[in-house]
Design a protein around this ligand. Structure first.
Ligand SMILES: C[S@@+](CC[C@H](N)C(=O)[O-])C[C@H]1O[C@@H](n2cnc3c(N)ncnc32)[C@H](O)[C@@H]1O
Length: 190
């Protein structure tokens, strides 16, 4: 699905950003201890504020997004610090968007609402005991024309994946930007 705007909207947004990267998501920093050592797929990574944090923590990182400008910025920030990051331009609104992406020890989805169809197959891309971290505007957020109702993460988004994942932690938090949720799931081992 399109989140807040199309690729042109996001390209323009990233092109107009300063040469400084925003800090990582607080709930990711606070909960990094739950992550499995190894690789991370950063879904809708943007210009990589969370990818950079994960690289600094020693993870192997792949970032996917449909904004070329965002991915260029992430590569630039990583090069500056001599980190290697893999980036792929992918439109996540395609049902098969992640079908060839491979398997990771962790997946993060931060400030993007992944479609139920793509989420339904996410277990195929996480190794045993791997972590799925999802954070963003939640169901109790007051929607407006910028953050629309369809952009809000709903508890029902994760019903299907509960067959293959156990919920490790759920958090709600409200600040002057709005209402946020964080879900941390661990893939159940066979
Ligand atoms: C609010 S930003 C979040 C970026 C990053 N995850 C973060 O936490 O800073 C939303 C991101 O979703 C990306 N996005 C929106 N719709 C998309 C789509 N259909 N396919 C791939 N990326 C998309 C945008 O380019 C943008 O980078």
């Amino acid at each position: 699905m399109e989140y807040m705007g199309d690729d042109k909207f996001w390209d323009e947004k990233f092109a107009s950003r300063s040469d400084e990267l925003l800090g990582p998501e607080k709930s990711l920093v606070d909960n990094i201890e739950y992550f499995k050592v190894g690789s991370v797929l950063d879904i809708a990574c943007g210009d990589g504020r969370n990818s950079m944090f994960l690289l600094e923590k020693g993870f192997e990182v792949t970032g996917v997004d449909f904004s070329s400008r965002a991915l260029e910025r992430l590569n630039r920030f990583a090069n500056r610090k001599n980190y290697t990051v893999e980036t792929k331009k992918i439109d996540l609104s395609d049902i098969g968007a992640l079908s060839n992406i491979g398997v990771f020890d962790n997946i993060i989805i931060n400030h993007y609402r992944l479609s139920k169809e793509v989420l339904a197959n996410i277990h195929n891309h996480i190794s045993e005991n791997g972590i799925l971290f999802a954070c963003g505007f939640g169901h109790k957020h007051q929607a407006d024309e910028r953050i629309r109702k369809e952009d809000l993460i709903q508890p029902s988004d994760f019903e299907e994946i509960k067959k293959t994942f156990g919920l490790v932690k759920y958090m709600e938090n409200k600040d002057d930007r709005g209402f946020f949720v964080t879900y941390i799931f661990r893939k159940i081992s066979n």
